[in-house]
Design a protein around this ligand. Structure first.
Ligand code: SF4
Ligand code: SF4
Length: 262
């Protein structure tokens, strides 16, 4: 099916979201005094038959190796702008205040950066008229028509893969060590600006052999996952996404895609 599109400059996509950023973009985002989070998910080591799965290969490309108990895992740590209402760069006339240096994901929207996520017009913030048949072709026979857009997506994926090691050092510097299971949900950390500044400075330096990698804890709200990973000797944390928070706010929150099953 062909998809036509032209941006109407409605500004709706610049509100209430988590915006994935490259490491360089994340540094700029912090310099602008904005909020930054780390979204963590982990892929437990796969049996060989599944290890060839292309989706898993895409995740592994952007992940770093780690361990949880006796289990080898791949951790995907996404640096994300945390935008609660309107983006701090959205201007009153709905234009972007940092247009010339806006993040790659903003340039790519409404196309997808994830090759395994189908572009669903209904899932996008754009109004119906943005997708009218009179607009230029965005996608035809399953391919994006605009070569520049394809280049931007490739650039994002390449940077994402190249930055994985830096993100590993960032997680270590920030003391992050919990991740949700891929496809079950995310663990989201919200470090303070001062924690970020220190971690970015520390993680930018590679001063010889790294210290041994810190162990990670895998978080789940699913009984079957808990049983499976316990038999594989992982360090697993059972946590219902709906659990009320007791006492001081935890260092991380668990956003599950699935209903609690514990
Ligand atoms: S940086 Fe610009 S384009 Fe991106 S969300 Fe903010 S206002 Fe929108
Ligand atoms: S929601 Fe869609 S139409 Fe509106 S500004 Fe964003 S990209 Fe353009």
């Amino acid at each position: 099916m062909s998809i036509h599109f032209a941006c109407t400059l409605c500004g709706k996509c610049c509100r209430s979201m988590k915006l994935p950023l490259t490491t360089g973009e994340a540094e700029a985002w912090l310099l602008d005094d904005n909020e930054l989070q780390v979204i963590c998910e982990a892929l437990p080591e796969m049996p060989e038959a599944v290890a060839d799965d292309q989706r898993a290969a895409y995740r592994r490309r952007r992940a770093f190796a780690a361990h949880s108990g006796q289990l080898t895992i791949q951790v995907v740590a996404i640096l994300a702008a945390n935008i609660g209402g309107a983006c701090p760069h959205l201007q009153p006339d709905l234009r972007c205040g940092i247009y010339e240096r806006r993040p790659l994901v903003c340039r790519i929207y409404p196309a997808e950066i994830n090759p395994f996520r189908e572009l669903q017009t209904a899932a996008k913030a754009c109004p119906p008229e943005a997708w009218s048949q009179e607009r230029p072709l965005l996608r035809h026979h399953g391919e994006l028509v605009d070569a520049h857009l394809r280049t931007l997506i490739r650039e994002y994926r390449d940077r994402d893969a190249q930055d994985a090691e830096r993100r590993r050092r960032l997680c270590a510097a920030l003391g992050l060590d919990h991740a949700a299971i891929a496809d079950e949900g995310f663990v989201v950390y919200s470090p303070s600006r001062s924690q970020w500044r220190r971690a970015l400075a520390v993680s930018a330096e590679v001063l010889g052999p790294d210290a041994p990698a810190a162990p990670w804890h895998l978080v789940t709200n699913r009984r079957a996952t808990l049983a499976d990973l316990t038999t594989r000797a992982a360090d697993i944390v059972a946590r219902r996404a709906t659990d009320a928070l007791a006492g001081p706010a935890p260092a991380w929150e668990f956003l599950s895609f699935l209903a609690d099953d514990l």
